[in-house]
Ligand binder design. Structure first.
Ligand code: ADP
Ligand code: MG
Length: 479
């Protein structure tokens, strides 16, 4: 392995979140009954003409501006010709020579403290095809054309990634960015965000790139990492056994965790691209670009810097909190309810909350604990109503839907005991019950202090204020 270097470039298709399709007024909503959302334009009926949806163009420009790319003032739609049952017109309207978005870049952070620039070659607009359905009717394939004509932004990276981990970091960063820009819902299960990975290997030090294979059919970040690692191994084994990698498209089978050949480059289509005569070139003015730039939301990098500079968060925590838009929104909403408790909220969100989400395999958008509820919990620790330990119990109950922190504290009687009289009674009882340990402490064995604290906390069912217990206990034992 160590003699080899892997090279990866990604092509990402992001479905743009427009209300209607890229060249027709039909709805893009997901989940409608099959073939109810394709109009005559999407179906490629004779005599109809496409009309460009300007919102799709605006979204592409928004992406281009966010990655510091050149925006082409003159952009052209081209026909990509091929035959497939889910492509009613016999061609896909795409862009070839003059895409809207030219060269740009983003930074990825595959490991803590590491920052690497990845080039983006281009991003172009195109329409999606329909969907072939193989598992509904035995022996037959069904076609659902609802998706035909849905706008896609195809984002093509430079072959700048050197490991599956970097490729995943890149894909996640693009995913996060399109969500921040509100141009794509990012839903991978529904196919709104799809990745194709181009993978090659070469001996370390070689300047020339190896022959690549393109991996398709990857619908999660976990599979992306697995599919790439798998392909890297396959290519190295192949070359070490005296074979040669052929340029081809391979399908990733997540059930068998393997890739297999779909078509080789020799069988590949000649798409006979030519400018679509039904569509005018898109003219984009400097004013258009300036207007879109001015309306950009705060982007992850700016947000991160603001968290560091204004909120005093660490670089690492700021990076994690801004890595997804939903996490950042959660954090900011919670912070609005408890503005003094920045560090505590960050710790709870990145610790217990993220842990619970991962464990339950739930997305931040479906989290059962509202930001204001978490803010209340953290406030109750800060004002000494409950201890940090009891807070974990309250958090768990909130997760289970038992109500707000205050309601749970009340219902379960979890209020911390801060009344010094009550704490003194507890301490006296424990001291009286354990004369042996008292003698040990007085003989200089400081460690038994922990034993006493443990007993007292147990007696109080975790509710005695630990700071007070510690201070008063020492006094008592010394007396
Ligand atoms: P195509 O037109 O066949 O899709 P492109 O030149 O547009 O080919 O490249 C598609 C993707 O493949 C890009 O993301 C690019 O970075 C990547 N790529 C190109 N050559 C290699 C290679 N040798 N190894 C890995 N990735 C590559
Ligand atoms: Mg390609």
């Amino acid at each position: 392995m160590s003699d080899w270097e892997s090279v990866i470039g990604l092509e990402i298709h992001a479905q743009l979140a427009t209300v209607s399709k890229i060249f027709s007024g039909a709805s893009t909503a997901f989940g409608a009954a099959p073939n109810t959302q394709a109009c005559v334009v999407d179906l490629g009926m004779p005599g109809v003409l496409p009309v460009l949806n300007h919102e799709a163009v605006n979204m592409a420009i928004r992406f281009g501006v966010a990655i510091g790319a050149e925006i082409d003032h003159h952009s052209v739609f081209a026909r990509k010709n091929y035959f497939y049952p889910d492509l009613p017109k016999g061609y896909q309207i795409s862009q070839f020579e003059l895409p809207i978005v030219g060269k740009g870049h983003i930074f990825i952070s595959p490991d803590e403290g590491v920052s690497k620039e990845v080039g983006i070659t281009r991003a172009h607009l195109e329409e999606d095809a329909g969907k072939s359905i193989h598992d509904q009717f035995p022996e037959q394939t069904a076609i659902d054309l609802n998706r035909a004509g849905t706008p896609l932004l195809e984002i093509v990276s430079e072959p700048d990634m050197r490991s599956a981990k970097e490729a995943v970091a890149y894909a996640r960063k693009i995913h996060s960015l399109v969500r921040y820009l509100e141009i794509c819902d990012g839903n991978m299960q529904e196919g709104s965000f799809r990745c194709d990975a181009n993978v090659s290997v070469r001996r370390k030090g070689d300047q020339k790139l190896g022959t690549r294979a393109e991996l398709k059919n990857i619908n999660s970040f976990r599979f992306l990492e697995r599919a790439i690692n798998h392909e890297i191994e396959r290519q190295i084994d192949l070359i070490e056994d005296g074979g040669k990698v052929v340029q081809e498209t391979r399908l990733y089978d997540s059930e068998r965790d393997e890739t297999r050949s779909m078509r080789s480059k020799e069988e590949a289509n000649d798409y006979r691209y030519f400018p679509d005569p039904d569509l005018l070139p898109v003219a984009i003015s400097d004013e258009d670009i300036a207007r879109i730039r001015a309306a950009l939301p705060e982007l992850p990098e700016q947000k991160k810097q603001r968290y560091i500079n204004d909120l005093g968060l660490s670089d690492y925590n700021a990076e994690l909190l801004t890595s997804s838009r939903d996490t950042a929104i959660y954090f900011e909403t919670a912070l609005a309810a408890a503005p003094e408790l920045v560090a505590q909220l960050a710790n709870w969100i990145l610790g217990d909350l993220t842990g619970a989400l991962n464990k339950a395999n739930v997305e931040m958008t479906a989290v059962p604990i509202e930001p204001a509820m978490l803010a209340q919990l953290v406030t109750r620790i800060a004002d000494s109503t409950i201890s940090g330990k009891i807070a974990k119990e309250v958090f768990e109950a909130m997760w289970q839907g038992e109500g707000s922190a205050d309601e749970i504290i009340e219902a379960r009687g979890l209020k911390q005991i801060t009344d010094s009289g009550a704490i003194e009674t507890l301490i006296d009882e424990v001291i009286a019950a354990n004369p042996e340990q008292v003698a040990q402490f007085r003989a200089g064995k400081e460690k038994v202090l922990g034993f006493f604290v443990g007993q007292i906390m147990k007696q109080s069912q975790g509710k005695a204020n630990p700071g007070q217990v510690n201070a008063m206990l020492r006094e008592k034992l010394k007396a």
